[in-house]
Design a binder for this molecule. Sequence first.
Ligand SMILES: Nc1ncnc2c1ncn2[C@@H]1O[C@H](COP(=O)(O)OP(=O)(O)O)[C@@H](O)[C@H]1O
Ligand SMILES: [Mg+2]
Length: 262
Amino acid sequence: MMTGLQANHFNAGYPRKKIITDLSIPRLSRGEITVLLGPNGSGKSTLLRSLAGLNHATGELLLDGQDLMKQPFAQRAKSVVYLPQSLPAGVHLHVLESIVVAQRASGGSQTEKGEAEVMALLQQLGISHLALSYLDQLSGGQKQLVGLAQSLIRQPSLLLLDEPLSALDLNYQFHVMDLVRKETIKRNIITVVVVHDINIALHHADHVLMLQSGKLIADGKPDEVITPESLAQVYGVRGRIERCSQGRPQVLIDGLVEHPMS
Ligand SMILES: Nc1ncnc2c1ncn2[C@@H]1O[C@H](COP(=O)(O)OP(=O)(O)O)[C@@H](O)[C@H]1O
Ligand SMILES: [Mg+2]
């Protein structure tokens, strides 16, 4: 059987506005991190929400050969988890409770084993000291880490993370990407992450999708997709990709592409 995620002629948007048009993704493999890149407003959040069944969409979306578009929402929600850019505010729940709720909602165990799993996850994320803090009293970055814990505990096959690093300091950005990679491999899941930092994509992604105005304009390995040409086309910047002293590719931005008309 063909495992992984495939999209064919996928369209998504809002009642009066098509955003994602005729998008086809040949394959995202299990055990791999895909970074979704694209400028503001290019449709990244719309695409992720649509993959999760949270936005209107048409087309075919195959997860291990099964069409998610044909599944009732409750069934689809068992295999697909979407972590939004910002968590809903004002929930007066303990961190620990909120993760246990997520665990039970997805049919997870209600036993001591289940609790041990939650505590182990908090430890891995470096937030076990926050277990008894209230969600509405956390910093933005702490909330993102809790959101990640809530997503992972639900044991999805397809994990969709919308800008999970935006409120994190440098140390945690690296830590979270490293953890997401390890969990993606260990759980053999398909992870799609929106990040803005091109260097994070170069270092941590197995696969990169580049979106522009709702269209997929590049799809492949990071160093195939992230090129001076695509950076100019999609972001309007003049960039170089050079090897650092340790041999890893780095993006350097020299300026903006000059438009003769402006
Ligand atoms: N609820 C909505 N109703 C109508 N249009 C929306 C809605 N949410 C987003 N859009 C529009 O969809 C386009 C893509 O937005 P979005 O998917 O949030 O982009 P990105 O995440 O790449 O910044 C934008 O033009 C935005 O204005
Ligand atoms: Mg977005």
